[in-house]
Write a protein of this length. Structure first.
Length: 475
């Protein structure tokens, strides 16, 4: 029997020059502070060991059969060595509203798709794939075929756990239950995050049901992640009520070995955001929200986005959901209101984006309704970040800039249609005050509407904005 250190940094020290006697001695010492436990026949951490699985041999290629458990078994391999999974055929992963079914991706994983490899998923108010404080992950050439939906009424009356229905009257109950019953337990066992029983100290930060509806859900101190060639789509004939609710979500969390205690605000200074993510060659077709959440020191490049819509029922009604519970969707929505240090969008580069703006369905707000916002291409509040070579053809609008500092926006081209949004919204908006050192350079805006409603740029609180070479074109 081994003493297995739960602290990944300690394990890494012995990965290079493993000494069994030293390993056991150190683990015995640090057991007093809760960093190790007995493990049966567990190999010492060794990232030089690689296991490779070929999906057609290990999982099977029958899309009429749910392969979720076989996929989860591969992803559940120990973090003590590298794992490479090669997907060479279509694989169906049934998740639905069963909170026990999302796939948790550990560290040191590569998942690559070749030939006609793809995942078919149907997650509903819960994610398909989750990374929680995971690192050294490489997802290459992914094809994800979405077959689920999201509800206009967030009260779905309950959720499943391993196929057993649990009735609940709480709105968005699958999302709540997944965080409270699944993620917390996994974080405690695998990341040594301890939750006290004091009121309000019993859970990871919950970002809401929209974030947790993502196909890929990245949480907390997850880093050194490569997303290269991610293609998420729905059937070419799919109605908007069958669109992907959220493609990728990045959310705050706690670091490894953290004890959760105290009220939310006193704990917020310990929040950590996903960081050092490189996303290249990203393609979304048939979605509501593209990339949602917070992240730091990351690069998102070469993004192509096609069909998009707002949440609605099969008849195109209840746009935005009942009482507009679903936020206005964007290709990028990156912001955390009143962000503490660990939850800011900072050090971000977004470049070479083509939002083709193929809009299905109507805008959610009418002049006679309470406003909840428009589905502009990008909505962001950031620090020390760059947005460049960004092109949007969305009729809803180009950009909502939220409170930001030291942000450069260059080479932006945006076409929009103020008539589509009933004249309620302009091409670029500043809905909340609070800007410092913001620079716009080489910006072209074109309003396709034949009726002039107002200026293409909403000049609310622009005293600290720096404009250079802005062209406004009217049809």
């Amino acid at each position: 029997m081994f003493l297995y250190c739960k602290n990944r940094n300690i394990r890494a020290i012995f990965a290079k020059t493993y000494n069994a006697s030293a390993y056991v001695t150190i683990c015995i010492i640090i057991c007093f502070v809760g960093y190790c436990y007995p493990a049966k026949a567990e190999l010492p951490y060794n990232i030089n060991i690689t296991k490779t699985y070929l999906a057609s041999n290990y999982i099977g290629c029958d899309v009429s059969t749910d392969s979720r458990d076989k996929v989860a078994k591969v992803f559940g391999e120990s973090e003590n060595y590298k794992v490479t999974l090669i997907i060479d055929c279509p694989i169906f992963i049934h998740i639905g509203r069963d909170i026990a079914k999302p796939i948790l991706i550990r560290s040191n994983y590569t998942v690559k798709m070749i030939k006609n490899g793809k995942f078919i998923v149907d997650n509903d108010m819960i994610p398909a794939f989750v990374m929680l404080n995971s690192s050294n992950i490489d997802l290459e050439d992914w094809n994800v075929d979405y077959r689920g939906s999201v509800h206009v009424d967030p009260n779905v009356n309950g959720y499943y756990i391993d196929g057993v229905f649990n009735k609940s009257s709480q709105p968005s109950s699958p999302s709540y239950a997944f965080h409270d019953n699944i993620l917390n337990k996994w974080a405690s066992i695998n990341r040594n995050i301890k939750f006290s029983k004091a009121p309000g100290s019993t859970s990871l930060p919950w970002p809401g049901p929209v974030n947790s509806s993502a196909i890929i859900y990245i949480i907390g101190d997850s880093h050194d992640i490569k997303l290269n060639g991610i293609n998420m789509f729905v059937d070419k004939n799919a109605n908007p009520n069958k669109f992907i609710p959220v493609c990728i979500s990045t959310s705050i969390g706690y670091p490894d070995n953290y004890s959760v205690f105290g009220d939310y605000y006193s704990r917020s200074k310990y929040f950590v955001s996903p960081h050092k993510i490189t996303a290249v060659n990203i393609r979304f077709d048939g979605y509501l929200m593209g990339w949602l959440g917070v992240l730091e020191n990351s690069i998102i490049s070469k993004v192509s986005a096609f069909r998009y819509s707002d949440l609605q029922d099969a008849n195109g009604d209840d746009v935005g959901g009942l009482h507009k519970w679903f936020p206005p969707p964007h290709l990028f929505y990156l912001y955390y209101p009143s962000a503490p240090e660990g939850a800011k969008v900072s050090g971000l580069i977004i470049r070479n984006v083509e939002d083709y703006g193929i809009r299905l369905g109507r805008a959610r707000d009418k002049p006679t309704e309470n406003r909840s916002g428009n589905a502009s291409s990008i909505k962001i509040g950031a620090e020390n970040s760059v947005i460049e070579f960004y092109r949007s053809l969305r009729p809803d609008g180009v950009m909502d800039l939220l409170p930001s500092k030291n942000v450069s926006i260059t080479h932006l081209y945006g076409e929009f249609d103020t008539k589509f949004t009933s004249g309620l919204y302009s091409g670029i908006r500043f809905p909340i005050n609070g800007f410092d050192n913001i620079k716009f350079t080489d910006i072209v805006l074109k309003d396709r509407s034949t009726i002039k409603f107002h200026n293409p740029v909403d000049e609310n609180d622009v005293t600290k904005l720096n404009y250079d070479q802005i062209k406004v074109l009217l049809k």
